[in-house]
Design a protein. Structure first.
Length: 584
């Protein structure tokens, strides 16, 4: 089928061209959209590139044309409208930000889309394209809007809004009584290319050093991606790299991945927030896989992968530890295993606001998600001894009413030693979350998590403290082979919008948890291991949430003030935490 004729694309006036020459990008509207009237064609949307140039996502979060769910179309023209950081600049600061920000290139936006002109599309695929665009940290939001229908040929409008990505990296965070500091520079959209780079210096309680990270999610505007991380710390180095062609969409049929990681550092054994033993650790991991799928069938996607993994863990334990506790086993181990993996996804998504973000479009994954992997390691395949390697995860989420969402996730992983007939580093965890938006700006969150380990080696500690959800206590305060954590949080999503740059939210919270040993406490735990510090502990507190709408999408600043409900060694009267997270 031949596509209908198209009007030539043109720039409107000399202004956009001058801006393009000076700053590498044009004015908000760079292309004239589909013809408004053409024999046999129907205009589906009143929106056009000119109006979309100043379209405000917050004012109309559901600006889209509803298409019949069972209708199929041939994709015609894709008109991309790329908004700057400020879609309606109101002052000098806004104008300067737009002036010096290189907008995401049109070809980068097109390369992210899961469809190409001439391919078959439907309403489901257009919605998926929006979700994929919104997953990019360099975009604030996106809409894919059906614009015109000529027979069965569908033209679409794609509108995106950039965020400011070139940032001096001066970060200070505090959790569990420990301060982390980072300085440097980062850009998650270098020159509008979609590529990211980070160069900086990091210092925390464990180590300090320089880091260089480079990522290209669409190499040469293709489906291939590549990453590299180089770290030079005062206690060792890390070199990691990845090249992959992922299942970029639900209906994608093939995938490939190759990863490598070499990490040398000092680690510690912790209790009550203190490091009481330190040892040398060196981890080497190589993993490759090839995946295939029959694509989306009704509501489900089944994916299979075959691959090979190689893991080596080497340690240098302190002589004093070995002499004092000769029963401590050397945790070094090596696995080399071919594996078979299976993934099942349900095509069930919802778009909301005020769930885990403040006044921002969120894509909620509902329905079932299953991942399973089974491998076999032996001397012949590059390991040491015979082991079965297994990993399993399951997730599900559903609205039980229009304002109540329940989600569940579970993980199980570990190794089974066929020579000694015992589990090794077996780990199981479950998480249940309940959300109730009982008013437009108020929401209640209740989450309960439980975890257990079996056959853990010395380097695998199950810890609980400020950095793992118990905000009123030091990091790594309790340890054990069992753990639970319950959080109750009342959230407020305000309409305050200072300088059209920040969204504000608040939270009142209660955290209650415990980590303990189900059986006998290991001898290497300090002398007060039988004290009541293994009991249930908790805290209450208030928090402020600050979400920038003009910088990278995946960061929300958390400022929490927590009051411990139970005293203990090194527990303060009030604990203040400052962290950056991806959700509220």
């Amino acid at each position: 089928m031949s596509l209908p004729s198209r009007l030539p694309l043109a720039l409107r006036g000399p202004g956009p061209l001058l801006l393009a020459l000076l700053f590498g990008h044009a004015a908000p509207c760079v292309a004239v959209g589909p013809a408004a009237a053409e024999p046999g064609c129907e205009r589906l949307s009143a929106l056009d590139p000119e109006s979309l140039a100043t379209f405000r996502f917050e004012d109309d979060p559901h600006a889209r044309v509803e298409l019949p769910q069972d209708a199929r179309y041939r994709l015609g023209q894709i008109t991309v409208v790329r908004q700057d950081v400020f879609e309606r600049p109101a002052n000098w600061l806004h104008r300067q930000a737009n002036r010096y920000h290189p907008r995401t290139r049109e070809q980068v936006v097109r390369s992210v889309l899961p469809m190409r002109p001439g391919e078959e599309v439907d309403a489901r695929l257009l919605a998926e394209a929006e979700r994929i665009l919104r997953s990019k940290v360099y975009l604030y939001d996106a809409r894919v809007i059906p614009a015109r229908l000529c027979g069965d040929v569908l033209d679409i409008l794609v509108v995106t809004r950039d965020v400011w990505t070139l940032m001096p990296r001066l970060s200070v965070s505090r959790a569990g009584g420990e301060n982390d500091v980072g300085i440097g520079i980062s850009d998650t959209n270098v020159g509008g290319s979609g590529k990211s780079i980070l160069l900086g210096y990091d210092r925390d309680e464990d180590r300090r050093g320089m880091v260089l990270a480079v990522s290209d999610p669409n190499v040469n505007d293709s489906r291939w991606a590549a990453d590299m991380v180089l770290v030079d710390n005062d206690d060792g180095e890390r070199y990691a790299a990845s090249i992959r062609r992922p299942f970029y969409a639900l209906d994608a049929r093939h995938a490939f991945r190759l990863d490598g990681d070499d990490f040398e550092r000092d680690e510690g054994l912790y209790f009550l927030g203190d490091k009481f033993w330190e040892y040398r650790a060196d981890t080497n991991v190589v993993r490759t896989s090839l995946g295939w799928s029959s694509g989306l069938r009704k509501r489900f996607v089944n994916r299979w992968s075959v691959g090979y993994g190689w893991e080596q863990y080497r340690f240098d334990l302190p002589a004093a530890l070995v002499a004092a506790f000769p029963e401590v086993e050397d945790p070094r181990r090596r696995y080399g295993y071919p594996f078979l993996a299976f993934e099942r996804l349900e095509d069930d998504f919802d778009t909301r606001v005020n769930v885990d973000r403040v006044q921002r479009t969120e894509d909620l994954a509902l329905g079932q998600r299953i991942n399973a992997e089974l491998g076999y390691s032996s001397d012949a395949t590059g390991g040491e001894g015979e082991h079965v390697v297994g990993r399993l995860s399951f997730a599900d989420a559903a609205w039980i009413s229009d304002r109540q969402l329940v989600s569940f996730r579970a993980w199980l992983s570990g190794y089974y030693d066929l020579d000694d007939h015992r589990g090794e580093n077996m780990f199981a965890q479950g998480l249940v979350t309940y959300r109730w938006q009982h008013a437009d700006a108020w929401s209640l969150l209740v989450s309960a998590a439980a975890a257990a380990t079996r056959g853990s080696t010395l380097d695998q500690q199950l810890l609980l403290g400020g950095g793992s959800g118990l905000r009123g206590y030091p990091n790594r305060y309790q340890l054990g082979d069992r753990r639970f954590l319950v959080t109750v949080e009342e959230r407020f999503y305000s309409n305050i919008y200072p300088l059209q740059m920040f969204r504000l939210g608040t939270a009142a919270f209660l955290d209650v948890g415990r980590a303990w040993y189900e059986g006998e406490v290991p001898d290497w735990v300090p002398d007060d291991r039988d004290a009541d510090h293994f009991g249930v502990i908790g805290n209450v507190g208030l928090g402020l949430r600050l979400e920038s709408t003009r910088t990278r999408r995946d960061l929300i600043i958390h400022l929490d003030v927590a009051l411990p409900l139970r005293d203990g060694p090194d527990v303060r009267g009030v604990e203040v935490t400052l962290t950056a997270k991806q959700t509220l």
